[in-house]
Design a protein around this ligand. Structure first.
Ligand code: ARG
Length: 479
């Protein structure tokens, strides 16, 4: 949708002192606002995104004014019909916004009054732009959270499906990015899934605090009209009206909380991205990403770059930045509404847009990740990842863990010298390090034996992964 005044930085020749006093608040002014100041203070360029919510909120407000006898039947009918028409006109791009009317609220009110005259002017009874904008953002964000949750759940499903497929796949597990102990790939994927479970819970919890209705708080102190705030809140699907009018118009903590939850989601996605990038390089070669999620190089013909995870990793930075922006915006603001709060919208909008896109990209890509199982297995064979299993075996034969640790350390040093893994040593060689070793040691030194033995809740054994997959499916179903 276009604005009637271009948002260019160069002042047009006519700009200077300018316009006549604003029709909606100009009563006490002796001159119109400076043309540059009008552009500088306007928010229509970005808050036009709230047009649906603004109209929805206005219709509910009008219905409440009618319910309480403030508007007549005819007035309500005229207002609702005109607002519906305006909505259609905006949807079809038939009308455009005016920067002179500052923001979405005044633009819509001006259209309304143009269409139905004096009756349109009654809509703002018992209301202020302060409670109006707070309501609009909450309605908008509530939908935004629902969109994000949909994509998040789609990604969770994808991870669970892939985890099931890879329940038996053995890969090296890392600490300090050094081979630590063998794990199953399914286990690793379910670790990602668990991060997202907490992310979903945080968003759902945040949504409860978003879902509170500021309408009726008016400018800051409430209104002397006999309004019914519970009625308006219910019409808009809010849980309840906000309890304190000063708080209702001034705080944006719900938006900050949302950005904090979003920053964590992006942080989690960035960790997944990093692993996908590492695993898909030739040196790891654990996975192949589908071609359609990668790009090539204009100079190096062999390149297949993991652009999608890289970009998601990068976008974590901007979302974390939005969180800090909003925290700084709110810091030290005196009660109640201040114009500072107009700056809440762009970071908030961009956070929702970024989250929806990143989660969507991941949810689309994950089902098509191809595990290079032989490479994962070969990597797990290097790096002595069953050393802890050998130590545990020795403890089972009566050694203390510290002594066992020492003995296995020596065996590893020998293996390094000989370029051989522990499972590649002979029984006699192993007995040279600890005489208690018997033939059954090879059951724990194999990678399969190692992962199979970690068969408890949260462990890496394939049996546990299948159980965890079943539990996750059930949990997703009940969402
Ligand atoms: N455009 C404003 C905002 O986004 C709307 C509220 C303006 N209220 C005021 N008293 N100037 O916050």
């Amino acid at each position: 949708m276009s604005t009637t005044t271009a948002n260019s930085h160069a002042a047009p020749a006519s700009e200077g002192h300018g316009c006549s006093a604003n029709p909606q608040w100009g009563g006490r002014f002796s001159e119109g606002v400076d043309a540059f100041v009008a552009r500088f203070t306007a928010s229509i360029d970005f808050d036009q995104r709230l047009y649906r919510q603004d109209i929805q909120g206005s219709i509910a407000h009008a219905q409440m004014l009618h319910q309480t006898g403030i508007l007549s039947d005819d007035e309500l009918t005229a207002i609702v019909a005109a607002l519906d028409d305006i909505l259609q006109d905006f949807e079809q791009g038939r009308i455009s916004w005016s920067v002179d009317l500052e923001d979405i609220h005044m633009n819509i009110e001006a259209y309304l009054t143009d269409r139905i005259g004096a009756t349109g002017k009654k809509l703002h009874t018992g209301r202020s732009r302060n409670d109006q904008v707070a309501t609009d953002i909450r309605l908008w964000l509530r939908d935004g959270i629902d969109l994000i949750l949909d994509e998040l759940h789609r990604l969770q499903h994808a991870l669970v499906d892939l985890a099931e497929r890879e329940a038996e796949t053995i890969m090296p597990g890392f600490t300090h990015l050094q081979s630590a102990q063998p794990v199953t790939f399914g286990h690793h994927l379910l670790a990602w899934y668990e991060m997202l479970v907490r992310d979903g819970e945080r968003l759902a919890d945040c949504r409860k605090r978003v879902n509170v209705c500021p309408l009726g708080a008016a400018a800051l102190a409430g209104t002397s009209y006999p309004i019914d705030r519970t009625y308006t809140a219910a019409l808009l699907g809010f849980e309840r009206p906000a309890r304190n009018s000063l708080d209702a118009v001034s705080d944006r903590d719900f938006a900050i909380e949302f950005c904090a939850a979003s920053a964590l989601i992006m942080t989690h996605l960035s960790r997944m991205s990093e692993e996908l990038v590492l695993w898909s390089c030739a040196q790891f070669d654990f996975i192949a990403l589908p071609d359609r999620f990668c790009t090539g190089s204009s100079i190096m013909p062999q390149k297949k770059n993991p652009d999608v995870p890289e970009l998601v990793r990068g976008k974590a930075g901007r979302v974390n930045g939005h969180l800090v922006s909003l925290l700084m915006l709110m810091k030290s603001q005196p009660l109640a509404y201040n114009k500072d709060n107009q700056e809440d919208k762009e970071p908030l909008f961009d956070t929702v847009d970024t989250l929806v896109d990143c989660l969507r990209a991941f949810a689309d890509m994950v089902p098509h990740i191809e595990a290079r199982r032989e490479n994962m297995l070969a990597a797990a064979r290097r790096g002595f990842s069953t050393a802890t299993d050998l130590a545990d075996y020795l403890v089972g034969r009566g050694m203390t863990f510290r002594d066992a640790h020492e003995v296995v350390g020596k065996a590893v040093a020998f293996g390094l010298q000989e370029s051989r893994d522990l499972s590649g040593m002979t029984l006699a060689e192993l007995q040279g390090f600890a005489s208690v070793v018997e033939q059954d040691v090879f059951d724990v030194l194999t990678l399969e034996g190692s992962v199979r033995s970690r068969n408890h809740l949260g462990g890496t054994a394939p049996e546990q992964i299948r159980q965890a997959v079943a539990n996750a499916r059930q949990a997703l179903q009940s969402l």
